[in-house]
Design a protein around this ligand. Structure first.
Ligand SMILES: [Zn+2]
Ligand SMILES: [Zn+2]
Length: 576
């Protein structure tokens, strides 16, 4: 049975009606808000006469099951708006009346199953019995119409699927996602801290271990880009407002920018993007066609005014560092540039272990700037480049930004979730705004085409994806501590120092734990910290000049001489 997305939405929305009728039966006097299908399920908002908790979900599910088993038909009726107002007044459904107030049409539809009535456009499944596999998930508060001046309602989330297997897989993923939550792991593994309201929401403090991982990623990225012909640049974190006037950000992007600050009577703004800075570097001298494509790379830290409601761990923050590059090129060379960019994207993401992607091209929207012909050429360049690289893609027609088409790439993680990472954005707008030109063969100055691109997106967000993908067990080359040396008693401290030194000299990130705690405790601690290798040293090891090595989460122990083990680790790409 092939079901499409619209069918799934209908199923889930129908489940929300069933849930609402169950809640009404269990808690008479409840007033109904709205109950839409959402990305992974559905919700319904209620004004309940009593306070309920997640413990009540089972009871509601049971009642829903009764309603499903009774297999009531979903019946649609058309009413005049007046009739509908009368009906919901009788039921004292104040929120439905408020919704009716906003409806312009003369006629509205209501949907009925059993004795439950809802104001709704539909569609729904045929009868309640069609909703077979569902689960209620959580409860939260939600203001009516999302406005904190309105009453707070109780939102119950649930999900529904066409098959038992799909539901079970989803619930498994949900459970896994909880265990992998980077906010929890970030604290357990001492990677980062956010001090929330106290010292600034959405601002990340990288603790030593997290900072070490970041340094490894940064080193890799800088070296990689230099090898690929990018020029490293650095640009200031603040600049005078006129830069953002020319770029258009003050006009089109100001809601995400922090207010200007006063410097000697002049207005300065903290940067939300790196592009204008790179453009100024491009314009620092006359550029010849021979220099193109010219590629600037910066691990550029930007600040954006995100509302506190959308902040989420490292995923959505107010200050973050992009692996940002701008490529100055020509339309003629665009396709070649994109092909080489795609190589770069795949190579870098594969390095971090991500090999499955979902790719979309967003094409020209209704309102756009630039020549139609240029748009078509650019869109074709994106398509042809993806085809040349055998990368599957979909097209999001009309979803491009007004200044150029783009490729968005999502990576698939270990539990099948998709994360937006890489973006390749063609830009016809900034070259004109900043008058960015190159001197062509014929001696004439012509506009460049700009490409904005980030591979990982932001280091903060990508770090969160890494933590969640690997459930904190980072690949060896990214582990902040690769080896922990554990002498079984203080008698072997000296030997432990010697072994540790040997590791450090061979660029292996090693630490000793010779604290007073029992060996068992220290082993457990190293395992909680997800350190890949535990090196245990006692009498026998010291006598034979060997080490006993236990791999994280494996119960076997192997004996090596140090040189042997170092070689093994190095082969495992320790120093990549
Ligand atoms: Zn409905
Ligand atoms: Zn840019």
């Amino acid at each position: 049975m092939q079901q499409n997305n619209a069918d799934l939405q209908t199923l889930r929305h129908s489940a929300s009606h069933i849930m609402a009728s169950a809640v009404l039966e269990l808690f008479p006097g409840t007033k109904l808000g709205i109950g839409p299908a959402i990305e992974d399920g559905f919700y319904y908002d209620f004004d309940l006469p009593v306070k309920i908790s997640e413990a009540d979900l089972e009871k509601i599910e049971k009642k829903m099951q009764e309603i499903i088993d009774a297999d009531y038909k979903f019946i649609c009726q058309e009413l005049s708006k007046e009739e509908a107002i009368k009906l919901f007044k009788q039921k004292n459904e104040i929120y439905k009346l408020a919704l009716l107030d906003d409806i312009q049409e003369e006629k509205v539809t209501i949907y009925i199953h059993n004795n439950f009535v809802d104001l709704c456009r539909g569609p729904h499944v045929e009868s309640t019995g069609k909703v077979k596999y569902f689960k209620l998930l959580s409860i939260s508060g939600a203001y009516w119409r999302g406005d904190e001046r309105n009453p707070q309602l109780t939102r119950i989330y649930g999900t529904a699927f066409f098959t038992k297997q799909e539901l079970e897989e989803y619930l498994y993923r949900l459970e896994e996602a909880k265990k992998r939550d980077h906010r929890k792991l970030g604290r357990d593994l001492e990677l980062f801290e956010i001090f929330e309201d106290e010292f600034g929401s959405g601002l990340v403090f990288w603790l030593p271990k997290g900072a070490l991982v970041r340094k490894i990623i940064e080193d890799y990225l800088r070296d990689y880009h230099i090898k690929k012909g990018y020029k490293l640049v650095y640009t200031p974190h603040i600049a005078k407002t006129n830069l953002w006037e020319i770029s258009g950000h003050l006009k089109f992007y100001s809601e995400y920018m922090f207010s200007p600050m006063d410097v000697e009577g002049q207005k300065y703004i903290i940067k939300p993007m790196n592009c204008p800075g790179h453009i100024l570097i491009y314009k620092s001298k006359i550029r010849s066609y021979r220099e193109l494509p010219l590629k600037f790379f910066e691990l550029g830290t930007v600040y954006r005014y995100e509302r506190s409601g959308v902040l989420h761990g490292l995923m959505r923050v107010r200050g973050f560092t992009q692996d940002d590059a701008h490529i100055f090129t020509t339309l003629d060379n665009l396709q070649e540039d994109i092909v080489s960019l795609l190589d770069t994207v795949v190579e870098v993401l594969t390095k971090f272990g991500f090999k499955e992607y979902e790719i979309k091209i967003s094409t020209r929207p209704q309102k756009y700037i630039g020549d139609l012909q240029h748009w078509e050429l650019a869109e074709n360049s994106l398509k042809t480049a993806l085809e040349k690289k055998n990368l599957k893609y979909e097209i999001d027609p009309g979803e491009g930004v007004f200044y150029g088409p783009k490729i968005d790439l999502k990576i698939k993680d270990a539990i099948g979730r998709l994360w937006q990472c890489s973006t390749i954005q063609v830009d016809f707008n900034l070259p004109e705004r900043f008058d960015i030109k190159y001197r062509d063969k014929d001696g004439k100055d012509k506009y460049v085409v700009m490409i904005h691109r980030a591979l990982l997106g932001s280091l903060e967000r990508f770090f969160a994806v890494l933590i969640e993908n690997y459930a904190g067990n980072l690949p060896l080359w990214l582990s902040p501590i690769q080896v922990i040396v554990l002498p079984i008693s203080e008698k072997f401290n000296e030997y432990a120092e010697k072994v540790n030194k040997e590791f450090l000299e061979n660029n292996i990130r090693s630490e000793i734990d010779n604290t007073d705690a029992t060996l068992q405790y220290r082993i457990r601690n190293a395992i909680t910290k997800k350190i890949p290798f535990l090196v245990i040293l006692g009498e026998k090891e010291q006598r034979n000049n060997t080490i006993s090595v236990r791999r994280y989460s494996e119960n076997t122990t192997e004996v090596y001489n140090i040189k042997e083990f170092i070689e093994k680790l190095t082969k495992l790409e320790v120093n990549k």
